[in-house]
Design a protein around this ligand. Structure first.
Ligand code: ACO
Length: 431
């Protein structure tokens, strides 16, 4: 017999179905709550609200588990690559050899960034934040592909727009970086894999777009980082993507909104904030105590960046992988970054401190990722853009799952109104 949950209100007793996920998580389906009882739920920050059912990503914050389409993140980080993981997230299964090759080819042969987008990017001040540029340029792409703006995109159009976005966003990121450095754009090179091509497009100093030797260690490190960032179920930006997409806004506008949500320092912007914090500690002489005290002081808005997570209350499995990768990459590249020792020391100190222990605050994915990005030569203000490139397949997968679901509805939460109830208009001069 299917389970139900009982709710007792002054008006009577009500039963609601209990939904159970494949990993055993349970939810009370309250979709009839308001019509049956007149009540709504109130859940500040949505910490107890399931906004959808989803087959894409599973995470268990208490046990530190993360799986894409059922496959543990540790296996994907070790054995897969970013393009294969993108296929997995978007299409729901690992590709066979032919499918993988064809998907990769489609990304490589996707349309070049339109000249108009290059012009838009070049209009930005060179010191503009790249996340604003990415959001603007992604939304602007909609103007160049009117045929891809249908309310209900056909499968054939989805097949076009998805690899095209994966290719074009990489080009956009590198185009703005080059603009910010007063350098010319480097075109994609189809002989390179996704990460090597990104590195070539960022750092190629040769004339005539000659392929430069891309250090495989750098490409490999980047690939792992992108895999780790590729999806994380209903986080702030994925939920924004679903929210925007639920109005049937086009995919360019939808992804642009996801980029904006990711920019914030409490979400993807934390990777930039972490390295800025670690640099500040370094400049200050390397002592952590002052910064830990600041983070614990309730009158100080400062937080230990890269620490804490809404869902992970044990450890973030991505942080474990990244911490190890960080050691490997720095060693392979022969880089001695004092900030790595500061990060490790700060982590050890925080994990002993009752404030962090009691609140179950552990390093998250962003704590060590910035150190790797910096070792790869990526400037600090581009860190969150790297997160965009990694998260793009996850956003697409979440959007696709939603728009293809027969249960899709426009997302429209309610509220409990707490404002003035007897307001009256007063003429301007009498106020
Ligand atoms: N430093 C100091 N104190 C913290 C931190 C931190 N990094 N994170 C949480 N706390 C404290 C809060 O002050 C609060 O204390 P209280 O119970 O005494 O009031 C308690 O821990 C719970 O914190 P909340 O803010 O309620 O937790 P929430 O789940 O809403 O926030 C968040 C999670 C936003 C990630 C938070 O931990 C944070 O701000 N971390 C720093 C920013 C960061 O690293 N963000 C990246 C997250 S990963 C990602 O998005 C890719």
């Amino acid at each position: 017999m299917s389970k139900t949950a009982k709710l007792i209100l002054e008006s009577g007793e009500y039963e609601f179905p209990v939904i159970e996920g494949t990993e055993g998580e349970k939810a009370i389906d309250i979709s009839k709550l308001r019509s049956d009882t007149g009540y709504i739920t109130l859940d500040n920050g949505y910490g107890n609200t399931g906004s959808c059912t989803s087959d894409v990503t599973f995470l268990n914050g208490e046990k530190g588990i993360l799986k894409y389409r059922g496959i543990p993140i540790e296996q994907l980080a070790e054995k897969s690559n970013f393009i294969e993981v993108s296929y997995l997230l978007i299409n729901g299964k690992l590709p066979n050899e032919g499918e993988l090759k064809s998907f990769e080819e489609k990304i490589k042969s996707a349309k070049e960034l339109p000249e108009g987008i290059h012009n838009i990017i070049k209009q930005f001040p060179r010191d503009a934040h790249p996340m604003g540029v990415m959001a603007a340029a992604t939304a602007a792409l909609s103007g160049f592909y009117p045929e891809l703006l249908d309310q209900d995109l056909s499968d054939e159009k989805k097949e076009r727009i998805i690899p095209q976005l994966l290719g074009q966003m990489k080009a956009m990121a590198t185009a703005f970086y080059r603009h910010s450095r007063e350098k010319g754009f480097v075109k994609k090179n189809a002989s390179l894999d996704y990460c090597s091509d990104f590195i070539n497009m960022m750092f190629n100093e040769g004339e005539d777009n000659l392929e430069q030797a891309v250090d495989p260690a750098v490409a490999q490190a980047l690939d792992v980082l992108l895999i780790l960032h590729a999806d994380h179920e209903q986080n702030c930006s994925a939920s924004s993507v679903r929210m925007i997409g639920s109005s049937k806004a086009n995919l360019f506008a939808t992804i642009s909104g996801g980029i904006d949500a990711l920019w914030g320092p409490l979400h993807g912007g934390a990777n930039q904030a972490v390295i800025e914090m670690l640099d500040a500690i370094n400049k200050d002489g390397g002592g952590y105590k002052k910064f830990l005290d600041k983070a614990k002081d309730k009158d100080d808005p400062f937080r230990l960046m890269g620490f804490g997570h809404r869902v992970y209350k044990n450890f973030d499995p991505r942080a474990k992988i990244i911490k190890k990768a960080c050691d490997t990459v720095l060693e392979k590249l022969g880089i001695d970054d004092p900030v790595l020792d500061i990060a490790k020391g700060l982590e050890a100190e925080a994990l002993k401190d009752p404030y962090f222990v009691e609140r179950k605050l552990y390093p998250n994915v962003d704590f060590y990722s910035g150190i790797i990005y910096r070792a790869l030569g990526i400037p600090t203000n581009m860190f969150t853009v790297m997160f965009v490139l990694g998260r793009l397949p996850g956003w697409i997968a979440q959007w696709k799952e939603m728009i293809e679901s027969p249960a899709m509805k426009i997302c429209r939460p309610r509220q409990i109104f707490t404002g003035e109830t007897k307001g009256e208009y007063i003429e301007l001069k009498k106020r």
